[in-house]
Design a protein around this ligand. Structure first.
Ligand SMILES: Nc1ncnc2c1ncn2[C@@H]1O[C@H](COP(=O)(O)OP(=O)(O)OP(=O)(O)O)[C@@H](O)[C@H]1O
Ligand SMILES: [Mg+2]
Length: 401
């Protein structure tokens, strides 16, 4: 058998107990070869054997997604494998409870495994009964977590550019870093074709929005957390798809589900929206507690901002809009005159952000906060004020989780 390629599976025998639990056994080929899969049948359980290493399982995003309970063979003498196992158990929590299977299991190894987030440990060789018990422990862990229900009611703040290149992603990423100092924050890049939020944070995520789209109804908090890449600041980022996907790969239902799960998981959910209006844009905007419209002083910027505001107003969402004027030039005395742009837009400009190309472009090149590039920049001060005001307006509830 070839490492990581051979899989065999046993379809579930439907009982009465509810949805099918998908169990994957990741075993060394020699162990897998000894297993009589036919004897492992359990009601409402789909058992699949993957003959390969834990690393080959983790690298297989589709298999990872389709696993509800993982039973992984572990060589306790291999520290890298053990670390990988611990990380997997920790990151997946109750979304995918993890059980270790170990040859020559000793009390010391059992203790070590159970000190991790693993829910159980099996000794190889195991009997079908022992396997069933371990699977039931995993099933139980999932149902307890599901019964506990949502733990947070986070707020949604969308960032929408009046026009391309206004600085929407630069502002969203830098504000996200700042906000993550005090809250659990997740930035979701829904600019599905041209998004660069992860790039501006110097992150190279393995998973992205596509994995959430594919998960469909199975999308939950644990999957969201496992797809999120965490920036050094603590900011969670869901990157846009690595490959070009059609704009209608997202649907209003999917966007709603994604935002449901995200607000159950994080205090603040920031969304980087594409400038174009899509079928699902309105779903995201309707769910938003604040809509940050980013514009600039240029004639096209002002013109498009007015058009965007008209559409937002026509949908009855005008009162959630915060207009952010980016790249403003302050006078020597630190003043700006907003009367004219406010007259053109016919509404108040809520936040002005200083023009500082050198600092902003260096910060996004390095994926760091502005102050890591230049201390006490005006642009960072403006963004901090913006975050403080947004936060106080949104009046966050106290989170349980
Ligand atoms: N306050 C600022 N001062 C100076 N330059 C800025 C500022 N904000 C953004 N920029 C620059 O503007 C450029 C565009 O920024 P960004 O990619 O964030 O815009 P965007 O609106 O997200 O664009 P897109 O339409 O491609 O998504 C970047 O080079 C960035 O460095
Ligand atoms: Mg952008």
């Amino acid at each position: 058998m070839l490492d990581g390629i051979a899989t065999s599976s046993l379809p579930a025998v439907r009982g009465k107990a509810g949805p099918v639990l998908r169990v994957t056994l990741v075993l060394e080929p020699a162990t897998a070869g000894l297993l009589n899969v036919a004897r492992l049948a359990m009601p409402d359980t789909d058992v699949r054997v993957h003959a390969g290493t834990l690393a080959s399982f983790v690298a297989n995003a589709a298999m990872l997604r389709q696993t509800d309970v993982l039973i992984a063979q572990l060589d306790p003498e291999n520290p890298r494998e053990f670390e990988e196992f611990e990380r997997l158990a920790r990151d997946n929590g109750s979304r995918m409870p993890v059980i270790a299977a170990v040859r020559d299991l000793t009390v010391a190894i059992t203790r070590r495994v159970l000190r991790s987030d693993a829910v159980d440990v099996l000794s190889i060789p195991f009997t079908p009964d022992e396997l069933h018990q371990a699977v039931e422990t995993g099933r139980h862990r999932r149902s307890v977590a599901a019964a506990e229900g949502p733990v947070r009611a986070g707020r949604i703040v969308t960032f929408l550019g009046a026009l391309g290149g206004m600085g929407t992603t630069a502002i969203a990423t830098q504000a996200g870093i700042i906000w993550a100092e005090s809250k659990s924050v997740c930035l979701i890049d829904l600019d599905v074709q041209f998004g660069n939020a992860a790039l501006y944070l110097d992150l190279k995520p393995q998973l992205n929005v596509s994995d959430l789209i594919e998960a469909g109804d199975r999308l939950d908090a644990e999957l969201l957390r496992s797809v999120a890449e965490v920036h050094a600041s603590g900011l969670n980022v869901i990157a846009c798809p690595a490959d070009m996907v059609p704009l209608d790969a997202l649907t209003p239902d999917l966007v709603n589900k994604l935002l449901d799960v995200a607000t159950e998981t994080f205090d603040i959910v920031m969304v980087d929206l594409p400038g174009a209006w899509l079928g699902w844009s309105l779903s995201a905007l309707e769910r938003s507690d604040a809509i940050c419209l980013i514009t600039g002083l240029s004639v096209p910027g002002m013109h498009q901002a007015r058009r965007q505001l008209e559409v937002i107003d026509a949908n009855g969402l005008g009162d959630r809009v915060r207009v952010i004027l980016n790249r403003v030039i302050y006078t020597l005395f630190g003043k700006i005159d907003l009367a004219e742009p406010e007259a053109v837009l016919g509404r108040k400009i809520n936040h002005a952000v200083a023009n500082d190309y050198a600092t902003v472009s260096a910060a996004i090149d390095q994926g760091r906060l502005l102050s890591a590039v230049k201390v006490k920049s005006r642009v960072e001060r403006d963004l901090r004020n913006m975050v403080t005001e947004l936060a106080s307006q949104l009046e966050l509830p106290v989170a349980r989780g």
